[in-house]
Design a binder for this molecule. Structure first.
Ligand SMILES: NC(=O)c1ccc[n+]([C@@H]2O[C@H](COP(=O)([O-])OP(=O)(O)OC[C@H]3O[C@@H](n4cnc5c(N)ncnc54)[C@H](O)[C@@H]3O)[C@@H](O)[C@H]2O)c1
Length: 358
């Protein structure tokens, strides 16, 4: 690919994940060029630009989005800004790689979904777990029909002491949309639904709890606490999600909990002909042969370029080929509708039917 046909990327947000994306795409310099970056804290954008020889530091997200030098925008800012920037970028004719959760809530996600329908550009949600080696091997077996009909699944991720950035945007409902449910639960929900074969969620019963955060307990080492800030989100969420095809998914995630957890995300798929267990870098396939239980181990290959690299390639590939990404605006909307329903169910004490009026 010649220099002129490389995809020119602009990064909005030079925080944790902005830095990760810059690192990944910098390794794909034969396909793309990081042309610009911005952050409301300009010094962060300047530092990352200097480190990776990024030519332009824009003074605002709007200026980056409107720039004719940018083809695709990577959005890695607090959740409340996802919809405004993604909608603006699509309207300006840019492709978008948007961090998870797609929206702060279902209403924001609907806006992004509609903007994506009205655009011929790529909108991809950054669900890198779909690209993990073990998850991909399980997906392959599901697609081959080896598990038969997956009638139920269980997923979770328990952090024992892992509240990120107490008092910062992470723990403020207005800016984040929620606690561990929207932060790590969205990854597990997304991956579980994907591995189950994308059944359509129709109803949710859920509950959320905040036993640690309000008491300034359970603080993790991700992000620097701001003790002048507030904590008004949950620190554990649990839910049962029912699908149109009758299958069910149980989900439970925590930022903080008194339990014997090793902080590994997990999924158990239970199918009519086989099962699968995902535990991060390890997995198992379960079936029966010779009238005996049989397990096959799945491992991450030693030489693995990694899920984030595959995610970055997939984004660029979708731009080049016009393909719809595997984590599209519709998957982002689905996840947000389920998350909203968990919060609503927790508030009302009732089962919530999903509003698929899109
Ligand atoms: N896919 C993953 O595994 C993963 C991991 C971490 C974070 N995330 C997501 O990435 C996003 C950012 O998280 P983070 O951990 O990088 O947070 P962060 O706080 O480290 O970084 C956010 C950056 O955005 C900047 N910013 C804030 N408001 C802005 C605005 N209006 N315009 C421009 N810049 C703005 C901040 O100054 C900061 O530098 C969140 O949506 C989060 O859920 C995803």
């Amino acid at each position: 690919m010649s220099l002129s046909s490389k995809i020119r990327l602009g990064v909005i947000g030079a925080g944790n994940i902005g830095g990760v994306h810059v690192q990944q795409f910098a390794n794909l310099s034969e396909l793309c060029k990081i042309q610009g970056i911005t952050d409301i804290v300009q010094s962060r954008a300047q530092a990352l630009a200097a480190q990776h020889s990024i030519p332009n530091v824009y003074t605002s997200a709007e200026a980056l989005i409107q720039s004719e030098e940018i083809d695709a925008v990577i959005i890695g800012v607090p959740n409340q800004f996802h919809a405004p920037y993604a909608v603006q970028a699509l309207a300006a004719g840019k492709h978008v790689l948007l961090e998870k959760p797609m929206g702060l809530n279902g209403a924001d996600a609907r806006q992004i979904y509609e903007a994506s329908l009205a655009s011929d550009k790529v909108l991809m949600v950054a669900h890198q777990m779909r690209f993990e080696a073990v998850a991909s091997q399980i997906k392959e077996q599901v697609e081959r029909g080896e598990l038969g009909r997956i009638y139920t699944a269980k997923t979770g991720w328990y952090r024992r002491k892992g509240i990120p950035g107490w008092g910062t945007w992470f723990t403020q409902m207005e800016q984040s949309g929620g606690g561990p449910l929207i932060d790590i639960g969205v990854h597990m929900l997304d991956l579980a639904l994907y591995l189950m074969g994308n059944p359509k969620p129709v109803s949710v019963y859920g509950a959320t709890y905040a036993e640690f955060g309000p008491n300034r307990k359970g603080i993790g080492n991700w992000g620097t606490p701001d003790w002048n800030g507030i904590y008004d989100v949950e620190d554990l969420a649990t839910a049962l999600i029912k699908m149109e095809d009758g299958s069910t998914l149980s989900l439970e995630v925590s930022w903080a909990v008194h339990s014997d957890t090793d902080n590994t995300p997990f999924i158990r798929l239970m199918g009519s002909d086989g099962g699968a267990t995902y535990r991060g870098a390890q997995g198992l396939l379960h079936t029966e042969k010779f009238n005996r239980p049989l397990d096959s181990e799945l491992l991450k290959p030693e030489q693995d370029e990694g899920e984030r690299m595959r995610l970055s390639r997939h984004f660029l590939d979708c731009i080049g080929s016009g393909r719809t990404p595997i984590s599209s605006a519709l998957t982002g909307l689905t996840n947000n509708l389920v998350l909203d329903a968990v919060y609503e169910s927790s508030r009302t004490g009732n089962e919530v039917k999903l509003n698929w009026d899109v």
